[in-house]
Structures are given as structure tokens and as C-alpha cells.
Design a protein around this ligand. Structure first.
Ligand SMILES: [Fe+2]
Ligand SMILES: [Fe+2]
Length: 158
């Protein structure tokens, strides 16, 4: 089983995003360690509650930032990225009900696939959030300053 570990390659120079990524990776490592000795997916529920709460809040915040990117250049990539967020959230919700997502009957295989997807999304974050920082859009501004588009999926801005 592969373990996600925080490394400087994930550091983007955005204080809140970096802090949340670091915390999510630490929690993922704890979940992976627990999964190696767990007899049932239900054993992961306490740790997953904390992980889920932080993941959902992080994705909501990050998606607001990603909507600042020019739609014509980054719309398709941001939409795909937000679908990845939604998949992580949906699967974590199933685990909180004591279930494994369809296609997985083995906890270890599911955990491997889940954290591989999380790793791939983190790599994608380094590109997308990196562009935001270079282009100076990395602080949330007034709603009236934001470009008027929403991804196909994801959580609506408030
Ligand atoms: Fe992301
Ligand atoms: Fe992220």
C-alpha cells in the first residue's frame, strides 16, 4: 500500500491551500495506516469524519479560487478537476455510511485507488493554483469582480 506523504513539491506558496493540503495528506496517512489493521470499513469512520469535513471545506474554497481562472483557457481542466473533487467527496460519504463504492469489494484496493486519485488531484492543483498565483487571482475578491461562469459540476458559490 502506498502512503501519501507531504513534500515540498506540493507547496504552492498559497498559505491556506498549502496548510489544508498538508493537513489532508496527514489525515490520509493516518487512514491508510488504520486501513492496514482494520477488519471492516466501519473501523475507518471516526477518522473519515474528520477527513470528510476538511476535504469538503477545502474543495469548496479551492473551487471558488479556480473559477477565477480564464474560462476560455482553463474551463475544461477546471471542470474535470471539480468532478474529481466530487468523486472524492461522494466516495468519502459512502465510507461514512460503512460502505465501499461500487467496483471495490476489498478495502485495501479501494484505499489505494482513493489516495492515488487524491495524489493526481494534488498534482493538478500545483498547475491550476500555480497559474492563479502567477496571474494574481489567488485571493477571493468581491463577487462582482469574478468572471461569470460556473463549472458543470461542483458546489455553487455562496
Ligand atoms: Fe483540488
Ligand atoms: Fe486542493
Amino acid at each position: 500500500m502506498r502512503t501519501l506523504v507531504w513534500s515540498e513539491e506540493f507547496s504552492l506558496g498559497h498559505e491556506r491551500i498549502d496548510r489544508e493540503h498538508h493537513r489532508l495528506i496527514d489525515l490520509a496517512a493516518q487512514i491508510e495506516a488504520k486501513a492496514q489493521i482494520a477488519s471492516d470499513v466501519a473501523d475507518l469512520i471516526p477518522l473519515c469524519k474528520t477527513f470528510f469535513r476538511q476535504l469538503a471545506a477545502h474543495c469548496f474554497y479551492e473551487e471558488q479560487l479556480l473559477r477565477m481562472l480564464p474560462r476560455v483557457r482553463f474551463g475544461a481542466q477546471v471542470d474535470e478537476h471539480c468532478r474529481g473533487h466530487a468523486r472524492l467527496i461522494d466516495q468519502a460519504q459512502l465510507v461514512l455510511k460503512g460502505q465501499l463504492p461500487n467496483g471495490f469489494d476489498d478495502l485495501s484496493a479501494f484505499i489505494d485507488a482513493y489516495f492515488q486519485l487524491m495524489h493526481d488531484l494534488l498534482v493538478d492543483d500545483t498547475e491550476l493554483v500555480g497559474v492563479l498565483i502567477r496571474e494574481g487571482h489567488h485571493h477571493l475578491s468581491r463577487p462582482s469582480d469574478r468572471p461569470g461562469w460556473l463549472p458543470e459540476t461542483g458546489i455553487a458559490a455562496v
